[in-house]
Design a protein around this ligand. Structure first.
Ligand code: DLZ
Ligand code: SF4
Length: 518
């Protein structure tokens, strides 16, 4: 009796823990496309294409290596539509001696896995996911007894643990962090490199037809789909990024420019989070570029920090704090998500541009997500659960383990400061400094009050006023609260009136658009 090795759609790695000891003569790999995973949130159409096409390519690669793959496609007759019921059918079909899986990325799926052994009456071995550089128990030990779980402390521990960018016990270049060198605005006329894109092959085209037919109401366009869907494509995308973009990635990592969605960004998160690449090889490749002298340290350190630091950290935090983590709402934010997050119909040019990129590519880069889409959600007091679902739906790289801490903790401060030492609230001046969006906007970023004023300007102060009791004592918020303390009562009233007018209009702008768009 062979082993049934069940591989989930975001576990498409050749050295996956559950495949390491695979015996092609006796074992079967099971993969299933199921309606429940496609609809537990209404994923962007490109995300569905990416997952299904990558699963089909992975199955083909395994078969080419002589592995028996039992693959259930979405429209196969008898597909029962969920992991548990499809596994049940496969057990009946194959009668394996046991099942081997790799731990799931999401709490929701891990909860399903815990029932399987009893339900099927055979051993179910759940293996640690070795694609990550910080095993869950190691993070738990690091987090134990700490009041605040700061990324920077974790990151330094990970540099020491892995040896990336280290000289003995010390960081190369004498500093852990080069962020101060990484805040440049993109000069006007600066040409950014064309990106390697992967036009759909026959398999992807088939999946695009399937998704267009089966999920027509899901958010997002399909036409521009060009994500890597196989390991070979993902490795080519990584090499292209390292050659053409990494040297300037650091300088411009916080910049935004209309009509230029990709800039110098890695664009590897969709492949990385699916398993087509792994964190170790990506960090190693970036470090090699620095050691060879083809990329500067500020760029390489900034890039490695995103993967070795931030990505591992949010995953550790997710598992250390779930399932309660998503329940908090530290700032009591309750406003429903405005319709323009789906339609892009707003007169605020920055938000319109970021939603447009998101719709077209299932992508926006981290500053668009954090400082435009997330910042607006924070200062407009949008309900965390609605914002979180939006972020989980719309991005090709989004799975709950990575999306939830980023949105709940980092963008919305809904965890009350467990993850971030202060809320990332900013006025229009920040967006103006880092982008060219304001030049075409119906609002005036220099105006502070009145109907023409940039809404970020008064919403920012309105947010600080509304949360004075909660935030004024935070040392990292001392400066804005000192400014607020000097404001006249009349100016405070003006802010409140502008914010109320804007937010009322926001609530009134419904899907029909009949009320006009703020
Ligand atoms: C995201 C996703 C989608 C859309 N569809 C499938 C699927 O049909 N089959 C599958 O194995 N996995 C899919 N996934 C990825 C799972 O949802 C993923 O394993 C969890 O989100 C993370 O544990
Ligand atoms: Fe955004 Fe304000 Fe600039 Fe308009 S003026 S693009 S709303 S920051």
């Amino acid at each position: 009796m062979g082993i049934l090795r069940f591989v989930l759609g975001d576990q498409l790695h050749p050295r996956l823990a559950s495949l390491t000891d695979l015996d092609p003569a006796a074992d079967t790999v099971l993969m299933v496309e199921v309606a429940e995973e496609a609809t537990y949130v209404r994923h962007h159409k490109q995300k569905l294409v990416l997952v299904f096409s990558a699963m089909r390519h992975f199955a083909a690669d395994l078969r080419a290596r002589g592995v028996a793959v039992d693959y259930v496609a979405l429209e196969d007759p008898g597909n029962t539509g969920s992991f548990t019921t499809e596994l049940e059918r496969a057990v009946a079909r194959r009668r394996p001696g046991r099942i081997v899986v790799t731990e799931a990325g999401e709490w929701r799926v891990e909860a399903m896995m815990r029932d399987w052994e009893q339900r099927f009456g055979i051993p179910v071995e759940i293996r640690d996911d070795t694609r990550f550089l910080c095993p869950r128990p190691v993070f738990a030990r690091w987090a134990e007894g700490r009041e605040a779980l700061r990324m920077e402390t974790f990151y330094r521990a990970m540099r020491r643990r892995t040896g990336f960018l280290m000289e003995g016990r010390e960081p190369v270049g004498g500093r852990w962090n080069f962020d101060h060198d990484n805040r440049r605005r993109l000069p006007a006329g600066h040409a950014v490199p064309d990106r390697l894109r992967f036009p759909p092959d026959a398999v992807t085209q088939g999946v695009m037809d399937l998704v267009a037919r089966r999920f027509p109401d899901h958010f997002g366009d399909l036409d521009a789909f060009a994500w890597p869907v196989s390991r070979a494509d993902a490795l080519a995308a990584l090499s292209h990024f390292l050659d053409a973009c990494l040297p300037e990635f650091g300088d411009y990592q916080d910049a935004m420019r209309a009509g230029t969605p990709f800039l110098y960004h890695g664009l590897i998160a969709p492949a990385l989070n699916l398993g087509l690449l792994d964190a170790e090889e990506v960090c190693r490749a970036a470090e090699d570029r620095w050691r060879e002298g083809s990329a500067p340290l500020n760029a390489v350190e900034g890039f490695i920090r995103q993967i070795l630091g931030w990505r591992e950290y949010v995953r550790g935090l997710y598992w250390a704090r779930m399932p309660d983590y998503s329940e908090t709402n530290a700032l009591d934010a309750t406003r429903p998500l405005p319709w323009f997050y789906w339609s892009g119909e707003t007169r605020m040019a920055c938000l319109a541009e970021c939603v447009r990129d998101t719709k077209t590519y299932a992508h926006a880069h981290h500053i668009q997500r954090l400082m435009v889409l997330g910042n607006f959600a924070l200062i407009a007091g949008l309900a965390p659960a609605e914002v979180e679902e939006w972020f989980l739906v719309v991005y090709a790289d989004a799975y709950e383990w990575v999306e939830l801490p980023n949105v709940h903790g980092m963008a919305l401060w809904a965890d009350g400061g467990l993850l971030g030492s202060k809320p990332y609230a900013a006025s229009g001046a920040y967006i103006d400094r880092m982008s060219d969006y304001c030049g075409t906007c119906a609002y005036d970023v220099r105006k502070k009050a009145g109907p023409k004023a940039c809404p970020f300007n008064y919403l920012y102060w309105n947010f600080l006023i509304a949360n004075e009791d909660r935030l004024a004592g935070n040392p990292r918020m001392a400066m804005p609260y000192r400014t607020l303390a000097r404001m006249s009562a009349a100016r405070r009233d003006e802010i409140a009136a502008d914010a109320a007018r804007f937010l009322d209009a926001l609530s009134a702008s419904d899907p029909s658009g009949s009320e006009g768009h703020p």
